[in-house]
Structure formats: structure tokens, C-alpha cells
Design a protein around this ligand. Structure first.
Ligand SMILES: Nc1nc2c(ncn2[C@@H]2O[C@H](COP(=O)(O)OP(=O)(O)OP(=O)(O)O)[C@@H](O)[C@H]2O)c(=O)[nH]1
Ligand SMILES: [Mg+2]
Length: 444
């Protein structure tokens, strides 16, 4: 397995990891779920979880996160388990990381959850934009933590938690980190403006833009592959997809879409990662319709939906027309859970479908509902926008579809497909009667 960096010649063994977590009173269940996820993250990174240690406390110890007695226990556990890695299921400051590492007698690498996630991102980033984003996030987050441990920065790019994004290895000289960050920011600004140009071209196409979002491993890529034959890597690993892929998709009725597969969400997704990946995550904010994919076979589906909702809010993508897709129904025979899911869907006020992207079950209903949602309330209108109102013209270009313009003496005559909200906003300029968008999708 070429992708597994730990099976290199100089890394003969799979690192054995001990996980450590704290939880507030009453938070056992959530802590357990988070630790189970940490085990999967470790597996994706190429390590093996061999033991975990938890402590109930309301707040982390400012010096060592866990208390001193627990820290001794952790040190002994590392010996017993012959561990080479300790991962805390929360964020650690550089000084906490150093103190913990000093207190553990065995020579172990201490990481926190964010460093581990960044490591996986480094492993999975493919496009230049993805690589730049990961490197920037690592320089901002991981580098100060390694420097804080007083270790040689040249270790960056080595094993788990210190893996750089491939060819563009992290700079090893601490003094040069700042200028590297600056250079990366500039490069990213270029890539982002290229992305914006591509988006603008897509917008002009007048197709309905759909973002496929959801918790990591829910089956987003599998769904896009099934619908469009996109051939994206879909694996039983967390964060298999980092770079958004867009494919055109035509419903049997002729309605045309642009479907974009996006990076998965996870609980406690580090904030700096959201910041670093903002331009790719923005795909959701700029979409007309959200396809929210959830793994119906996962007992934690309700938590996953909450994480997704919160992140969509964060990204400014809340309130968009949404199709909730409960996937992997071939694995879910629990009728109680199916009822719970129906309830969750109706409480969220959005349409839901139950499918299996793997077997194709439920895809007919998926298509019908997607079409209903996409066409909901859209009409083809003509507006006469005065030359003095550049803002309204801009609004049409950015929010409407199939925009056609004709310059006249008294203004710009714009014909476009708009939703009810935009129609209301521009009512004063409306010069024709609404023409409902028909199901044959011509207007898309
Ligand atoms: N049984 C079953 N497995 C599925 C289904 N859909 C996806 N899977 C499997 O679930 C795993 C994750 O699928 P992906 O499509 O990579 O999930 P994703 O949401 O794109 O994940 P990330 O890109 O990592 O966020 C893969 O092993 C798929 O084969 C389904 O309907 N049924
Ligand atoms: Mg994927």
C-alpha cells in the first residue's frame, strides 16, 4: 500500500497508540463516541489504538490537561502497551504538549486530535489548492507545537502528526516559517481567484448548483459516483475526499445540475482547519441546493446531523433548500432507528429520502425529490434594471440562473430564472408576468 507512509522501509511497525480524553459530568456517551471516532482516525493515519484512558473533569488542567495522578497512570499505560504514540482527544496548547511529553517516561510522540486530523489531510490532499491549505494549517498549528517541544523542526514531514503535504515539505527553519506562511497565503489567493473564475463560469451555465455535504464516511463520493460515474475515490476511511469534485448530472426529465462532492465534516473540526479550507467549504454556501448525506447505519446519526447543521450555519449555508439523504439503508434494518430518522427529518423541516448509494435502492425517489426541491418556486422573469442600480444587476448575476442581458437606453433588460426571494426583492423592476419554470428543465 503505497499510500500508507507507515509501511515505509524505515517504519517497520504500525505505531501503537494510547488515546486520552476528558469529559464533563454526564458526558460519558459523547466521550465514548468521540474515542471510537479517534480510533478510526488513527486507523486512517496508519496507527493502531491499543488502549484509552479517560478522566471526568469539568475543565482541562491548565498545565497538563489531565490531573497529575492520571498522568502517571498514562505513563505506566504507555509502558505496558509499548506505545509510541499518545493522542489527546481535544486540543492541547504547545506548553501542555511539552509538559505531558516530559511527564511520560517512555519515549512517545504526543499529539492532539487536530494534529492527527491535519496529518490525515496531509496524506489525502491531492490538488495544489488542497496541499497549500494543509501546509498552511500545519504551519499555523502543528509547527508551534513541535517547536514547543524543543525538538528539531526537521522532523516535520516524518511520521504521524508530523507528516508534511508531500513534495512541498514544510519548511524546517523556524525563522523562515513566517515568510513561508506569507508566501503560502499569496499562492492560495491566486488559486482561490482561479476557483472564483471557474465558479463564475459555472454560474453562467445556468445549471442548478448542488453541494453534497455531510459527515465524513457518510457515502457522499459513492453517491456522486453512482449518479455520474465520477470515479472519485470512495473508501471506508475518514476524510477520503479533500478536494471538491464537480460533475454535471441530468435527471431523466432533462433538468440539469452541477453536483459538487465536498470534504466531510467531523465533530470538533478544528477551527483553523475550517478557516484554511474555507474556499473549498464555500462550495456549500454558494450552492442553490444542499444534498445532506447521513449514514443511516450509524447509531450516532443524530449527532452527525447536528454537527453538519452547525457547520452549515457557520459557513452561511443554512436555510437553503435541502434534501436530507439517509444513505446505507442496505445496512440498516432497525425499524426503530428508521422511525427516529423520519422524525428527525420532519423536525428539521426538510424533505428526506432513504437510499443505498451502493445498491441503487431509493435513487428513483431521490431524483424525484431533488427535482421538486430544485424547481421549487422558481420562475423565469424579465427585469429592466436602471443603469444607476449596479447593485441589483450584481445580485442577478450572483443569485439568478440562465441570465440573459440586453442593453437598452433606459437600462439593462435582464431575463433570468429566479427564486421567490429574489423575485420579491426586484419586484419594482419586473416587466413581465411570471413564467413558471417547467419540469422539462429548459430554463436550467
Ligand atoms: N453498505 C453500504 N456502504 C456504502 C454505501 N455508500 C457508501 N458506502 C461505503 O461507505 C464508505 C465511505 O464512502 P465514501 O463515499 O468514501 O464516503 P464519503 O462521505 O465520501 O467520505 P469522506 O470523503 O471520507 O468524507 C465506503 O467504504 C463506501 O463503499 C451504501 O449505501 N451502503
Ligand atoms: Mg468522499
Amino acid at each position: 500500500m503505497a499510500e500508507n507512509i507507515l509501511l515505509r522501509e524505515d517504519a517497520p511497525e504500525i505505531p501503537r497508540a494510547v488515546a486520552c480524553a476528558i469529559f464533563p459530568q454526564g458526558g460519558e456517551r459523547e466521550c465514548e463516541a468521540s474515542l471510537a471516532e479517534l480510533a478510526r482516525l488513527l486507523d486512517t493515519a496508519g496507527a493502531e489504538l491499543c488502549a484509552s484512558l479517560t478522566q471526568m473533569r469539568e475543565k482541562p488542567d491548565s498545565a497538563t490537561c489531565i490531573g497529575s495522578g492520571k498522568l502517571k497512570e498514562l505513563s505506566d499505560l504507555c509502558d505496558t502497551m509499548e506505545a509510541s504514540l499518545v493522542v489527546f482527544d481535544c486540543e492541547l496548547s504547545p506548553s501542555q504538549l511539552r509538559e505531558i511529553e516530559n511527564a511520560i517516561e517512555r519515549d512517545v510522540e504526543v499529539l492532539d486530535r487536530s494534529m492527527l486530523i491535519l496529518d490525515i489531510f496531509a496524506k489525502h490532499a491531492v490538488t495544489s489548492e488542497g496541499r497549500l491549505q494543509v501546509e498552511l494549517a500545519q504551519l499555523r498549528y502543528t509547527a508551534p507545537r513541535l517547536a514547543g517541544k524543543g525538538k528539531d523542526m526537521s522532523r516535520l514531514g516524518g511520521g504521524i502528526g508530523t507528516r508534511g503535504p508531500g513534495e512541498t515539505k514544510l519548511e524546517v527553519d523556524r525563522r523562515r516559517i513566517k515568510s513561508r506562511i506569507h508566501a503560502l497565503e499569496e499562492q492560495l489567493a491566486h488559486v482561490e481567484s482561479a476557483r472564483a473564475t471557474m465558479r463564475a463560469a459555472r454560474d453562467r451555465s445556468g445549471l442548478v448548483r448542488c453541494a453534497i455535504v455531510g459527515y465524513t464516511n457518510a457515502g457522499k463520493s459513492t453517491l456522486l459516483n453512482e449518479l455520474t460515474g465520477a470515479g472519485i475515490l470512495a473508501q471506508d476511511k475518514l476524510f477520503a475526499t479533500l478536494d471538491p469534485t464537480t460533475r454535471q448530472y441530468t435527471l431523466p426529465s432533462g433538468m440539469k445540475f452541477l453536483l459538487t462532492d465536498t470534504v466531510g465534516f467531523i465533530r470538533n473540526l478544528p477551527h483553523h482547519l475550517i478557516k484554511a479550507f474555507r474556499s473549498t467549504l464555500e462550495e456549500a454556501a454558494l450552492a442553490d441546493v444542499i444534498i445532506n448525506v447521513c449514514d443511516a447505519s450509524d447509531g450516532d446519526f443524530a449527532d452527525h446531523l447536528k454537527v453538519t447543521d452547525d457547520l452549515l450555519k457557520d459557513l452561511g449555508a443554512e436555510g437553503k433548500p435541502t434534501l436530507l439523504v439517509f444513505n446505507k439503508c442496505d445496512l440498516c434494518t432497525d425499524s426503530v432507528r428508521l422511525t427516529e430518522m423520519r422524525r428527525a427529518a420532519s423536525a428539521g423541516g426538510c424533505e428526506a429520502v432513504f437510499i443505498s448509494a451502493k445498491t441503487g435502492e431509493g435513487l428513483d425517489e431521490f431524483e424525484t425529490k431533488l427535482e421538486q426541491i430544485a424547481a421549487g418556486g422558481r420562475t423565469r422573469e424579465t427585469f429592466l434594471i436602471p443603469h444607476s442600480d449596479g447593485a441589483s444587476l450584481h445580485l442577478l448575476y450572483t443569485s439568478a440562473h440562465g441570465v440573459e442581458t440586453e442593453y437598452a437606453e433606459d437600462g439593462v433588460r435582464v431575463t433570468a430564472t429566479v427564486d421567490a426571494k429574489l423575485r420579491g426583492k426586484l419586484a419594482a423592476y419586473n416587466v413581465n408576468k411570471s413564467v413558471p419554470v417547467t419540469d422539462d428543465g429548459e430554463d436550467f
